[in-house]
Design a protein around this ligand. Sequence first.
Ligand code: BTN
Length: 311
Amino acid sequence: MDSKTHILDILKHADQVVSGETLSAELGISRVAIWKHIRNLIQAGVPIVSSPKGYRLENDPDSLHSSGFGARQALIHYLHETTSTMDDAAELARRGCPAFSVVVAERQTRGRGRMQRVWLSQDGGLYFTVVVRPEIPVVQAGMANLAAAVDLADVLRTDYRIDAGLKWPNDILVDNRKLCGILSQMQAEGEQVGYVTVGIGLNVNNSPETGESNAVSMQSLVGGPVPRRKILEAFLDRFEKRMAAFDPQVVMAQWKALNVTLGQTVMVLTIKEKIEGIAEDVDALGGLMVRQTDGTLKTVMVGDCFHNRKG
Ligand code: BTN
């Protein structure tokens, strides 16, 4: 990477002012050379603020540092690298963090998906977990998951004109290619939900297509890089409002309006079995109701769903 890109990369990932001395040591060039690169970057319109203490990138809409989140700043826990934001968020939740605390990371070394799958977390994607504390019975906990999918799909559709659809239980697809996965984990207190950690992996400025032919990113859909902080803020605006006035029936109606699973021939794999048939409906708790070939109706609460699959 050239020196300017290297400097920008360091400033992007720093949570505070970076001194000229630090940059000079990192790049192995003189402080005067650093200053010349910074001056060229500023002249090119990059919002770098220079002070006696050093340099800081201001208001980069792609930056996920807490400092860019305004009134939400105290709730945002930014990590350059972590194992999985699910673990960090669960730890915060156990220690009593406020609802809507968010752990967001540039990279995950052990990102995980549903059904014990690995979630590859290439640079440029948006990987975060939100802690919610809905006052709902345990049986309705899955609805928080569906609510997150509805709200994120709304951001994609309204703000980015992306034709996002929801595959049961909560993948976001565009033209049958996966743009986003959502994983949520719940901790119960008796019959009530204690907290839910909702983890979202959204392909934004990464290129998942290279590894998985049925995956897609926002940058390839809109034809250029998309600033990640704007997406996260737009999602949190909707999701906070939604959870403050949580209504499972509204969530379900909105989920159904956006779904691309119902009416399809599906194969659903659960830990124990394989269910095949037509996806007929989703019940009030989010279970998928599959009309099997022998005419019986089977409801699946947890599983992996594949569309247009027979036999
Ligand atoms: C899936 O489609 O199987 C769900 C993928 C969820 C991935 C996100 S990325 C942020 C959070 N941290 C994780 O380790 N997983 C979730």
